[in-house]
Design a protein around this ligand. Structure first.
Ligand code: FAD
Length: 392
């Protein structure tokens, strides 16, 4: 089988890329390991940056989020020193988030791509990408029925996440992987409960971090700092709600709306960046290119941004014989990635300290407290925060 561009993965990166290429008449195919139903049910991100909405708008892909997404521009910090709010929509560049669950965005992107005649092969797992230095790179695949096959293209776009075939196929030494383990884990929860406050809530507590993020009027995401390696099912629902209430200081600031917990996953806060994001005819985008800790909600936004940059470069190359964009792709994306990494790391350090050797609050706890004090009191710090919090 053949296509000019073989795209691995039908997440935000692969589907934005597929839509843009297909709309420009570039012959492409998306190979996706999961079924359509599984892809459309995977709830993860929810906060879209203003620039992400602009990109999707520019290509006619924002209809659903314009209709059903909700603007959001306030966050609240609760700490041992009290609480403070930042109306970030009025700070920095004055930009807002749009809250729109990732699985709804993915559903919109997929529907649009298929309705306009785009090709997707569900249940098709990429195994390896070969001959990336040759004129016809090849992707070997395993179909749902166990049969193996292959796809050839001029280019391969690795949009298949951190555990995908694109990363695995990079020969040793071809690409450098920068990796940072922040040493903290979160239990990510989705609760069938309305939001408990009209802001993103970040609670810093000596028992650990807790977070609150609206998703829809019926569903809310919570995070709890959690023991590394513990099973996501180790805690009962009551224990989870009690701990969330304690860390979010519900006794002082109002109770949480409790509800059934419908999804749990442990996320180790880790970051990595591959450099460069290209090996011959293989290009990496989204989580395949760089993994961000979820502390600043940047992953899906970067995936959309990189997909647009890659689409433009591929269209210029395949449509007009202009390889300049492809040559610049890696450097251009890495600039955005490192800025997002820097801010995400700063957020981790804003929300987490580390006890000293005696178990008492340590040096890093005091730094964290001081960081929060600057954020609560310094307008220039708030402007900087707002610009980076909503920006990609
Ligand atoms: P993915 O969405 O992972 O898609 C990759 C696709 O490739 C999948 O469909 C997968 O099935 C497929 N695939 C994998 N391997 C293969 C293979 N070998 N062959 C074929 N197909 C394959 N980001 C934000 O911006 N804001 C947030 O609020 C936010 N919250 C998050 C909360 C959690 C709990 C988590 C885990 C992540 C969050 N993120 C957030 C990050 C965001 O979800 C990811 O960065 C985003 O999904 C990356 O998109 P992607 O297209 O690169 O990869």
């Amino acid at each position: 089988d053949n296509a000019d561009v073989v795209i691995l993965g039908a997440g935000p990166a692969g589907l934005v890329l597929g839509n843009l290429l297909h709309a420009s008449g570039v012959d492409c195919v998306v190979l996706e390991r999961a079924t359509r139903a599984q892809v459309q049910a995977r709830s993860r991100a929810g906060f879209l940056a203003a620039n992400t909405v602009r990109i999707l708008d520019r290509h006619g892909l924002a209809e659903g989020l314009r209709r059903r997404g909700r603007e959001h521009a306030t966050c609240e910090f609760r700490t041992e020193d009290g609480r403070f709010r930042l109306d970030y929509g009025g700070l920095g560049r004055g930009e807002r988030h749009t809250v729109y669950p990732q699985h709804e965005l993915v559903t919109d992107l997929l529907t649009r791509y298929l309705d306009t005649g785009g090709r997707v092969r569900f249940g098709t797992e990429a195994l390896t990408v070969r001959d990336t230095d040759g004129a016809r790179p090849t992707v070997t695949v395993r179909e749902a029925d166990g049969r193996t096959g292959s796809w050839q293209g001029r280019y391969v776009a690795g949009c298949d996440g951190r555990h995908g075939a694109a990363r695995r196929s990079l020969p040793p030494g071809a690409v450098r992987r920068h990796h940072l383990d922040h040493g903290v884990s979160w239990l990510g929860l989705l609760a069938e409960a309305p939001p408990s406050l009209d802001a993103v809530g970040y609670a810093v507590h000596h028992r650990g971090f807790a977070g609150h993020m609206a998703r829809t009027p019926e569903v809310t995401r919570y995070y709890l700092q959690y023991e590394r390696g513990a099973s996501p099912d180790a805690w009962s629902e009551d224990r989870i709600w009690d701990e969330l209430s304690l860390r979010m200081r519900a006794a002082d600031y109002g109770p949480l709306h409790r509800g059934r917990i419908v999804h749990r996953a442990v996320v180790d806060l880790e970051s990595d960046v591959l450099e460069p994001l290209r090996h011959g005819a293989l290009f990496l985008a989204g989580d395949a290119a760089s993994l961000l800790s979820p502390s600043a909600a940047k992953g899906a936004n970067l995936a959309v941004l990189e997909a647009e940059i890659l689409a433009r470069a591929l269209i210029a190359d395949l449509g007009h014989g202009d390889p300049e964009g492809l040559a610049r792709y890696s450097a251009q994306c890495l600039e955005h990635i490192w800025r997002a990494q820097e801010f995400s790391g700063w957020m981790v350090r804003l929300l987490h300290g580390a006890p000293g050797p005696d178990g008492e609050p340590g040096f890093h706890d005091s730094l964290r407290r001081s960081r929060l004090a600057s954020l609560s009191s310094s307008r220039s710090c708030q402007d900087w925060f707002a610009e980076h919090y909503v920006g990609v």
